[in-house]
Write a protein that binds this ligand. Structure first.
Ligand SMILES: [Fe+2]
Length: 199
């Protein structure tokens, strides 16, 4: 990765830390997960990937997501701006088998920004981004690490059979490890950044 991308990635990670930190104020599992992510990250900065960028069909919705941030809080706008500066370097994937879910493969994409296969390599942290077309549901799934999201668009999250939660632009979501969860978009496309401590 060239030095310019590394610099932009560093700015993005600083803005992500600031935006989540400003909202993660009440002591609890979200705050401790956030602290573990960013303390591990401070130890692992510097190893970067030279992999070729890849885009997916759902990336066409990114511009609508950026346009939808007008009027959002300053930290959220700053985070979206620094994300936009690294987005062309990302390897977007669908992780979806086109034979079994062709429509979702065209409507959903995500990219690892920091992680074992991320733009910046790390075994201790996974930080990534998901984009979805309007009126799309990403179905129930689970994974061992806990997870913190910051929403950069309207969108809804659900745990188990609970109600859909609407955090709003800039809102945070915390998923405990191994909990079954899903997310969906409404009339607007969906954009969110997620962080998982891996150790
Ligand atoms: Fe998840």
């Amino acid at each position: 990765m060239d030095a310019d991308v590394a610099t932009r990635l560093g700015l993005f990670l600083d803005d992500l830390k600031e935006a989540i930190g400003a909202r993660a104020t009440a002591a609890g599992p979200l705050v401790s997960a956030y602290r573990r992510v960013f303390s591990s990250l401070a130890d692992s900065r510097g190893e970067v990937s030279g992999a070729e960028p890849v885009r997916q069909p759902a990336c066409v919705h990114l511009d609508d997501c950026y346009d939808g941030l007008e009027g959002a809080e300053v930290q959220v706008i700053k985070l979206a701006r620094s994300f936009r500066a690294i987005e062309p370097a990302l390897r977007w994937e669908t992780h979806i088998d086109r034979r079994s879910a062709a429509s979702l493969a065209d409507r959903y994409a995500d990219a690892s920004i920091v992680g074992p296969s991320g733009l910046q390599r790390s075994r201790a942290v996974e930080i990534g981004v998901s984009v979805m077309a309007p009126e799309t549901i990403y179905p129930d799934h689970r994974h061992p690490p806990e997870e913190v999201y910051i929403a950069l668009s309207p969108g809804q999250w659900r745990q188990n059979d609970g109600p859909w939660n609407t955090p709003g632009v800039g809102g945070l979501i915390y998923n405990p490890g191994n909990i079954v969860h899903a997310m969906r978009s409404g009339g607007r496309p969906f954009l969110a950044i997620w962080c998982l401590p891996l150790s």
